[in-house]
Ligand binder design. Structure first.
Ligand code: DMJ
Length: 472
């Protein structure tokens, strides 16, 4: 019996114990305090390494394939994903010559008059968001014109019977396709379209994207949750599993942030019951550790104890919306997940301590939350945490040409992908964590691709709510 107990205790310890120990609070170990200036310099050097690799091997294309050192494009024609995504990071790091070269490339080569079907969600968060923040940071009107041209070509997606956007649109013909969507795709458009509306004075952009968000929210269940799949034309749920992970994640983010950026009271009214339902049915306390898992949207019954790299944005959202204690607890769990193998997996079963999906796509979310928590708490623990994350990131993902995703976080086998969000988000959040004065956090709202948007249209008191929300 004692032997059996010993054996099961050992198995439990093997499962529960991270490969590299983190403190019980998920703290950034007993390490020396991180030197922010030194870390910011390291981050910048590594960002420039990745950017230089892109320039050398993939200039003018969407992405760099970092192992084969070849260009990679999403569609038949490049839409300059990496330069547009990287532009505001270059500006924030003070790399003005590089930023100017990126702007000139965009102005000369980015042409949206293409006979290609593009994904509305991805193009909105990466390109529309990047062009708008680039415009706001540099005043370069060429970027604004590109943004308006793009958004105008995207508008047909909203012409569905429900107002929910089709998944894809042909940039030249305006034909749409793709009826199976999810709340992230239907509800993560308003920051970008809304900013364009405010900057150009054309409310159509705001109204269409807001309707898509409202139509999504209105389909929540009686207990306030949304599912992970719905049909654009019928508005019916195709998948009733609820979570905060990919496919839903940034829907929550934009419910809060459209209040923060625009002071739109409808957004606040939609956010409040939504976050209450997520906290009630998705939050999962496991032996004192906080996680957010999966549940059925109608019954609230737990379906999976899954949490992963994408979910790790949630501490940041909790913090910016005012719940720092809960954010800190969840961030400790994210960091514990990271420390299991020195890099986080895409999906972990946190109850079984078992990896469900072993890849690492160079995702930014855990860094984003570290930055938000550092901003709100000023606790040096988050700088030390960020240093651990960054050094692991460099150690396992750096290649001669840039940075490579991992196919498997246990074996550290690399994959030939460096998504543009590495340049837009991962490096930017690392940099801002260690060099926070590079940007006035309270004056901006980051879109889900880490493009900082500023309410330049705010005048006087009529939108005081937005100003108040923004400084939260
Ligand atoms: C990015 O494109 C965005 O952050 C999106 O909201 C989620 N996925 C990636 C980063 O992981």
């Amino acid at each position: 019996m004692i032997r059996m107990l010993r054996t099961s205790a050992l198995i439990f310890l093997m499962l529960a114990a991270p490969v590299r120990a983190a403190t019980s609070s998920g703290g950034a170990s007993a390490a020396q305090p991180a030197d922010p200036a030194q870390m910011a310099a390291e981050v910048k050097t590594e960002f420039l390494h990745a950017w230089t690799g892109y320039k050398r091997y993939a200039w003018g294309h969407d992405d760099l394939a970092p192992l084969s050192r070849k260009p990679h494009d999403w569609y038949a024609k490049s839409l300059l994903m990496s330069p547009v995504d990287a532009l505001d990071t270059l500006v924030l790091m003070g790399e003005n010559k590089e930023a100017d070269a990126a702007r000139d490339l965009i102005a000369a080569k980015l042409d949206f008059d293409q006979d290609i079907y593009v994904k509305n969600f991805e193009v909105t968060i990466r390109l529309l968001g990047g062009l708008l923040s680039g415009y706001q940071l540099t005043g370069d009107e060429r970027l604004l014109h590109k943004a308006e041209d793009l958004a105008t070509r995207l508008l047909p997606v909203f012409d569905s019977p429900t107002g929910l956007p089709y998944v894809e649109v042909n940039l030249r013909t305006g034909k749409t396709r793709g009826t199976q969507t999810n709340p992230a795709e239907t509800g993560t458009l308003l920051l970008e379209f809304g900013t364009l509306a405010r900057v150009t004075g054309k409310p159509v952009f705001y109204d269409k994207a807001k309707r898509a968000l409202v139509e999504t929210w209105q389909r929540r269940s009686a207990i306030g949750l949304v599912g992970s799949g719905l049909d654009v034309e019928t508005g019916k749920w195709l998948d009733t599993e609820s979570h905060i992970s990919g496919g839903i994640d940034s829907y929550y983010e934009y419910l809060w942030k459209c209040w923060r950026l625009f002071g739109d009271e409808d957004c606040l009214a939609m956010w409040q019951p939504s976050i209450a339902a997520a906290n009630r049915y998705l939050a999962d306390d496991v032996g004192g550790s906080l996680w957010y898992g999966y549940a059925d949207m109608h019954s609230g019954k737990r379906t999976h104890a899954y949490y992963g790299a994408l979910d790790a944005f949630f501490p940041g959202l909790l913090a910016v919306s005012g719940d720092v204690p809960r954010a800190a607890r969840l961030q400790d769990s994210s960091f514990r997940m990271w420390n299991m193998h020195g890099i986080e997996p895409e999906v972990l079963d946190y109850r079984a301590s078992k990896i469900i999906s072993p890849g690492y796509a160079l995702r930014p979310e855990i860094v984003e939350s570290t930055y938000y928590l550092s901003h709100y708490t000023r606790d040096p623990k988050y700088l030390a945490m960020g240093r651990t994350l960054f050094r692991d990131f460099v150690r396992y993902c750096r290649t001669d040409a840039g940075y490579a995703a991992l196919a498997n976080v246990v074996t550290k086998q690399k994959k030939d992908r460096m998504e543009s969000f590495v340049l837009a988000e991962t490096f930017k959040y690392y940099y801002l964590l260690f060099a926070p004065s590079a940007l006035d956090f309270d004056a901006v709202t980051f879109n889900t691709e880490a493009h900082p948007l500023r309410a330049t249209w705010l005048r006087g008191t009529e939108t005081k709510a937005a100003g108040d929300a923004q400084s939260r």
